[in-house]
Each structure stands twice: as C-alpha cells, then as structure tokens.
Design a protein around this ligand. Structure first.
Ligand code: AHR
Length: 493
C-alpha cells in the first residue's frame, strides 16, 4: 500500500503546551500505596517513595500529575492526609469501596512531585464538599499569610507555600457514579462560587471546570453549555475524559483516535458558541485530563472484596494494539494543540498505567509506556497540518478511517522535524512518500519503530515483548511502515 504525506512549513496548527503530556495519580488500588509509595521497598527513599518507580517516571519526563482523583476526590477530606501520620484517620472510600489509610496526603504528594520533576494539578472535592473546604485547602497550599491554614502548613514542616498553579473544580460531576453527582445547573453554580473564592485567595492560579466524562454521556453538549454559561468568566479550561476498549475488533478499536478528535472539536465549537453568545474576548481551552485504553478491568471494584487496603484494582495489562491506539491518541492531542493545553494519560502507576510494580519487587514498563515516552521527549515545538493521502477503511459507525495516522512537529530548539506515523492496516506494509516544503536540506536521520507480529503481545516483569527498535535508513529506499506499527521519524539537516 502507498501513502503520501505533504509537509509544508507554512501550515501550522500551533505550539504544543508540554502539559498535554501530563498524567494522573489517584488514591485507587495500588497507584499510591505500593505504587509510588512503599516505605519497606528496597529502593525506597527517606520519605518512602519507590526509587525504581521514580526512575521510570523520570524517563517519561511528565510535566504535571493530576491528584488525588478521580472519583476518589469527591469524598475526600484533605485534612485527613496532613500532619502527624500516626494521628491520621482510616476511612471508607466510597468511590472504590476500599479503606484509605491517609498515610499519603498533600504534604507527601507535593514532596513526591518534586522528586518526580513534575507539577501538581490539584483537584478539589465538589462532591461531598464545596467552596468552603476548597478555600481552606488553597490557603493551606498556596498562601504565604500569617493565617490559620498557612500556619498549619508551616507547623507541618513546610515553610514555603506549595504554589500549585492548576486546579480542577471537582471530577466527572456529570456521572451518576460520582459521590454526590450533580445536575449541570447544580454543578455550574457550585463550580462558579468555588472558582471565585479560589481565585480570590490566589489570583495566579488557573482553573479547570468539569465537562463531560465521556463522549457518549446523555448530557453531552447541554452539560458543557450550562457549565460554561455560569463559569465562563472564572475558568480557564473545560475538561473532557475518554477511555476506549476493543469491543468490535482491532480495526474499529484503532479508529477510536478519530472519535477522540471529533469529541475535542465538538467541545471547541461549544466553547466558541458560548463565547459568541457572551460577546466575550476570552477563549476557553481544553484539559483532556483523563484518557487511555481501559475496558478489561472496568467495574472491577463492584465484584472485588470490599474494604481492602490498596487492593489490585484496575490493573489493566496492556498489549501491543493498546500501544498503537495510545500512539494515535497522542497524535490526536498534538494535532489539536491550538485548543488542548492539558492532557493526562490515566493513570501513571499500576492503575490503568504505563508503569507496573510488584509489592516489594520489580517495576516495569507496559507496552503503552513507549509511545507516551517518545511523544513527551520528542513531540515538542510547533505542530504542522498533516496533508495525507492514504487508503481507508470504514469504522463500525461508518466513518472513513485512513490507514495512515500522523502528527508532525517542528522542534525548532533541536532543529528537527518529527513525524509520528501509525500504519493501521492489519495486513499490509505501507510505503510512505514524504515531501518537505520549507525544510531545505532536511533528510530522514532516524526511524524508531514499535512493532510486534502479535497484537496481543504484552510486557511482563523481566520480559519485554513490545519495545522500540531503530530501523536502518537507506537513502534510496522509500520509507516503509510495517503493518500495524507505530513509528517516529526524525528529519534533520
Ligand atoms: O481513572 C479511573 C476513573 O475513571 C477515575 O477515578 C474517574 O474520574 C474516571 O471515571
């Protein structure tokens, strides 16, 4: 099969905000306990954080991590997780039907974030709580005043404010499963008042309001309009979440990247429609703060034994085809970089994650680790419009899906042009003809390929079946993309 890609330096989408390569750690299963934190582990540091896990996270160069939830945050009392550890209460977590020991809280997490070279994206509880606890939380985290909560932070050993810059106004409040789920109107009012007080305490912060928790939510569209109508003047971003699964075969699964693209564009249209209605000069951008493949372990908490501490929950074992879709979804985020400024692959360790650990044992990379790592390390700069010609197939919903899926990034700092390219054909290799306009003297200098004969191949402890390889480059031969492969091509002078 032959495909073409025309790259023209004058056709630009916009600059990538590195925060699209963010991730997420929730108090869920073994994400925190025995994930990032395991004081008895042989690699644990002075604060009990696993060094082997930190090393893998540092390889990913994660710019922000959303915390502490997720569904968990809608029942979370942040004061339970600060100060003397021996006095912290154990509580029932009604989001995942587990017991939360509160051994790790905000004090520890901000410490961990420093060691992971990342920023914290803090979420406030708009389920069981509201503006009152949110204003106290931000005083604790960000205020430098001689006042009760700022002094409490000092008493707990943190003289300088944590200075969290990005805050989420609750989590998935449109979902019936949320602790204290709300109607759009109820949420919009609470979010508006909470946004006001948060910004009154710290005007330098940015705020994310909850949009739809899935493209298929029955309230999709009306939820966004109502929330924007109320919160428009106070927020900076609207969130969106999506998780995909292979329910109808691989071809249809890989076509989900286009669903993600439509989801983004529909929300952008809604944001701009509300902007026009309000005659506002302010643009609302998007925070795609939960996205990934997740289906094998959905609803697992319903059948798991209740009230365990750090049980094995949502430990999706990713295979090679999952890595292909994750690669395509990263391209979708990049191609929408003019409006998507934040993205969080959900999650980071053990729970639907690129990194897996064994209690007291090893840590290793799941298949999806690799496209995420390459995007984060090399996908920086300005995105160019992809002008492609490729054969296509029909998705189950009847959309035309080109076999070739790409994103192109002009990395000025490194003087490199990066092309991420996935061949979604399940049985044919692809000959890719790339033409460059405005990149005199640039030629292909590197071709990284992620490929496995088996779409079901997984990575296990001590045995990686899915890992990147460097293809040999021949000046005269055309670029060849293997059937069902993800690739990163580097062009340089
Ligand atoms: O990431 C797992 C869960 O998925 C999150 O807690 C929730 O926000 C979403 O439904």
């Amino acid at each position: 099969m032959k495909s073409t890609l025309k790259i023209d330096s004058s056709k630009r989408v916009g600059a990538i905000d590195r925060r699209i390569y963010g991730s997420f750690i929730e108090h869920l299963g073994r994400a925190v306990y025995n994930g990032i934190y395991e004081p008895t582990h042989k690699s644990a540091d002075d604060k009990g954080f696993r060094g082997d896990v930190l090393k893998l996270i540092n390889e990913l160069n994660v710019p922000i991590v959303r915390y502490p939830g997720g569904n968990f945050v809608s029942g979370y009392n942040w004061e339970d997780g600060i100060g003397d550890k021996s006095k912290r209460p154990r509580k029932l977590d009604l989001a995942w039907f587990t017991v939360e020991t509160n051994e790790v809280g905000i004090d520890e997490f901000q410490e961990w974030a420093k060691r992971a070279n990342t920023d914290v994206m803090m979420a406030v509880n708009l389920g069981t709580r509201g503006a009152d606890s949110a204003r106290e939380l931000i005083e604790y985290c960000n205020a430098d005043t001689d006042t009760y909560f700022a002094n409490l932070r000092r008493k707990n050993g943190f003289d300088k404010p944590f200075g969290f810059k990005l805050w989420c106004l609750g989590n998935e409040m449109d979902g019936w499963w949320q602790i204290c789920h709300k109607t759009a109107e109820e949420y919009a009012r609470e979010a508006t008042e909470t946004a006001k007080v948060l910004k009154w305490v710290d005007p330098s912060i940015e705020l994310v309001a909850c949009g739809s928790s899935d493209h298929n939510m029955p309230t999709f569209g009306t939820w966004e309009r109502t929330v924007l109508d109320h919160t428009y003047d106070y927020i900076d971003y609207l969130s969106l979440h999506c998780y995909y699964g292979n329910y109808n075969g691989t071809a249809d699964f890989l076509a989900r990247a286009e669903d993600m693209d439509r989801f983004i564009k529909e929300i952008v249209d809604i944001c701009d429609e509300v902007k026009a209605q309000k005659n506002s000069n302010k643009q609302i951008n998007l925070s795609f703060d939960e996205w990934n493949v997740w289906y094998r372990t959905k609803d697992e908490e319903k059948s798991a034994e209740r009230w365990q501490i750090a049980p094995h929950l949502l430990e999706e074992k990713y295979n090679f085809e999952d890595a292909l879709l994750v690669g395509c979804m990263l391209s979708t985020l990049q191609n929408n970089c003019d409006r998507v400024k934040i993205g969080c692959i959900a999650q980071l360790v053990n729970v639907i994650a690129p990194i897996m650990t064994e209690n007291g044992g090893d840590a290793w990379k799941q298949t999806i680790f690799y496209p995420y790592m390459y995007a984060s390390l090399y996908g920086n700069g300005e995105v160019l419009k992809a002008d492609t010609e490729s054969d296509s197939y029909k998705s189950k919903e009847g959309w035309d899906i080109p076999y070739l899926y790409t994103s192109i990034i002009d990395n000025k700092d490194r003087e490199e042009l990066i092309v991420f390219a996935t061949n979604r054909s399940l049985d044919e290799d692809m000959e890719l003809d790339i033409s460059l306009d405005g990149y005199e003297g640039y030629k292909l200098v590197n071709h990284i390929e992620l490929y496995n004969d088996s779409l079901e191949a997984t990575n296990e402890k001590n045995c990686e079946s899915v890992f990147p390889t460097e293809r040999e480059i021949s000046a005269n031969a055309p670029i060849s993309l293997k059937k069902h492969s993800w690739n990163m091509l580097t062009f340089k002078k």
